[in-house]
Ligand binder design. Structure first.
Ligand SMILES: C[S@@+](CC[C@H](N)C(=O)[O-])C[C@H]1O[C@@H](n2cnc3c(N)ncnc32)[C@H](O)[C@@H]1O
Length: 351
């Protein structure tokens, strides 16, 4: 077999590029953890000595770290002696309250033992639940999803749902299924305190985090229970499944349970990853490799964590799948909202 030298070089660079990404990710982790991006924010060009004086950290270590960051194009440096965090870079790495903030995603380093569990899953077919994905996985999920949720959920998403704001202002029952650590409920309870909120999730760690978050709060109750176990009370005017149906082994059973829990004219808000059944369309997504990798490591893994799991995974719930599954579950009204969220679509579904 003849080997094309250019193609060999290309694959070599590509593969080492991913290794470089892993190494740089550890440096970003250190920058976030040590507050280095915040220390450089608005400071203009700084030397390692300046940064040492600002942070109290060791100059030699900072010099090497700064050079790693400039080499990765996250800092600007012409001569490798002074380094600047540009205003736009600060919006991604230093400003925790902007929707573009990505630093939080690097705060959590994956437990190396999780790779053993994943390798085993390839043999058995049985994936890891969120709790099986390593200590702190629930904080990682929140860090990843929070910037966009803070920017969009209350100001954009809920107002897009017909008649829902009026109900929330008056006070009604809201259920967040697959609530994780409870961020969505917190954002909504601040604005609509007359509502009664219930959160359900199967992750013990996420539920413990949410229960701690709402300790002493009267109008929020968090249950350690799956979507399939929602009480069939038909009294919730708003049910939300945010970024979680594709993680569930049996989203079909979850949907039937939502149908029995929702009030006759209630609204079900579904947030799901933007994707298409068409591979070539998905290929236009510049983050597709990260999304499929996340699916193997997290979403599809969770969706395959029981023997009867459907295993939809990160890109498995495109609009056609959502519409057909909710129709099958007994819902008759369906509309889709595309709301300035680069990653997700929002669906408004009613009985
Ligand atoms: C990607 S996280 C999303 C969390 C939260 N909704 C948010 O937007 O931040 C997916 C969540 O779905 C939960 N989950 C998985 N299977 C579930 C099930 N059968 N019932 C309820 N929650 C489930 C996981 O434990 C995890 O907390």
């Amino acid at each position: 077999m003849s080997i094309d030298a250019d193609r060999l070089k290309q694959y070599t660079m590509l593969t080492w590029g991913y290794k470089q990404g892993e190494s740089v990710a550890l440096m970003i982790h250190l920058g976030v953890r040590l507050g280095l991006y915040q220390a450089m924010d608005g400071a203009g060009p700084v030397t390692p000595g300046d940064l040492a004086a600002i942070t109290g950290l060791h100059e030699r270590w900072l010099r090497e770290w700064l050079r790693s960051q400039a080499a990765a194009d996250l800092l600007v440096s012409d001569e490798g002696e002074t380094f600047e965090l540009q205003a736009e870079a600060a919006m991604v790495l230093a400003h925790v309250d902007t929707p573009t903030y990505a630093g939080g995603v690097f705060a959590h380093l994956r437990d190396p033992q999780v790779a053993d569990g994943l390798a085993n899953a390839f043999r058995t077919g049985l994936g890891l639940t969120y709790d099986g994905q390593g200590e702190g996985s629930e904080q990682h999920v929140e860090a990843m999803l929070a910037p966009m949720a803070r920017a969009l959920l209350v100001p954009r998403v809920i107002p897009a749902l017909e008649g829902v704001v009026d109900l929330l202002v008056a006070g009604t029952k809201v259920i967040d299924v697959g609530c994780g650590t409870g961020l969505a409920i917190e954002l909504m309870a601040e604005v609509w305190p007359n509502c009664l909120f219930e959160g359900y999730d199967v992750s013990e760690r996420a539920v413990a985090g949410a229960q701690k978050r709402f300790d002493g709060v009267d109008n929020v109750t968090i249950y350690l229970a799956g979507a399939e176990e929602l009480p069939p009370a038909q009294d919730a005017d708003l049910i939300m499944t945010l970024d979680c149906l594709h993680d569930m082994p049996r989203p079909d059973l979850a949907m039937s349970a939502v149908r029995k829990a929702i009030s006759t004219d209630g609204t079900w808000l579904i947030k799901e990853i933007k994707s298409s059944p068409d591979w070539s369309k998905n290929r236009r997504n510049p983050m597709l490799a990260m999304m499929y990798s996340t699916s193997v490591a997290s979403c599809m893994s969770s969706a395959m964590s029981s023997a009867d799991g459907l295993g939809l995974g990160t890109l498995g719930m495109n609009p056609a799948v959502v519409e057909s599954m909710v129709t099958e579950a007994g819902f008759t009204r369906f509309s889709m909202h595309d709301l300035d969220d680069p990653t997700n679509l929002y669906y408004e579904v009613r009985p």
